[in-house]
Design a binder for this molecule. Structure first.
Ligand SMILES: [Zn+2]
Length: 124
């Protein structure tokens, strides 16, 4: 079983709301988990304007073992990881979420270290 198997519905809702508010810019944040469930998103200040540079800075942060990976939004309708996204995934964390327009409950996807899609259950 994967280390991370779920995400709290409220956390996902917040991620989708912030994605929508940030549009047409990207937002980036870090994901924290407790007992295998993503419970918190930490928005990184100053990341709303620059997408790729913001993402790049993520893996340079100090090690925090409650941080399991990253989340960011795409201002397009594709949640497929870009080249730089894949590069980030393999350097940092093991669970990553990408959201895309229109930022509803179907417009997100989670990926592992290798950029392969993973199933994450939404829990209350
Ligand atoms: Zn991306």
């Amino acid at each position: 079983m994967r280390k991370i198997w779920g995400i709290k519905k409220n956390t996902l809702k917040l991620i989708l709301e912030v994605s929508k508010e940030s549009y047409p810019k990207e937002f980036a944040g870090l994901l924290r988990a407790e007992k295998g469930v993503i419970t918190e998103v930490m928005l990184l200040p100053g990341t709303l304007s620059g997408s790729s540079s913001a993402i790049f800075q993520l893996h340079m942060r100090p090690i925090d073992f409650t941080v399991v990976g990253s989340v960011h939004s795409h201002p397009s309708n594709s949640f497929s990881p870009s080249g730089p996204d894949l590069h980030l995934f393999e350097k940092f964390g093991h669970t990553h979420i990408i959201t895309c327009a229109p930022y509803d409950y179907d417009s997100w996807c989670a990926y592992d270290f290798y950029g392969s899609k993973i199933e994450i259950e939404v829990v209350d």
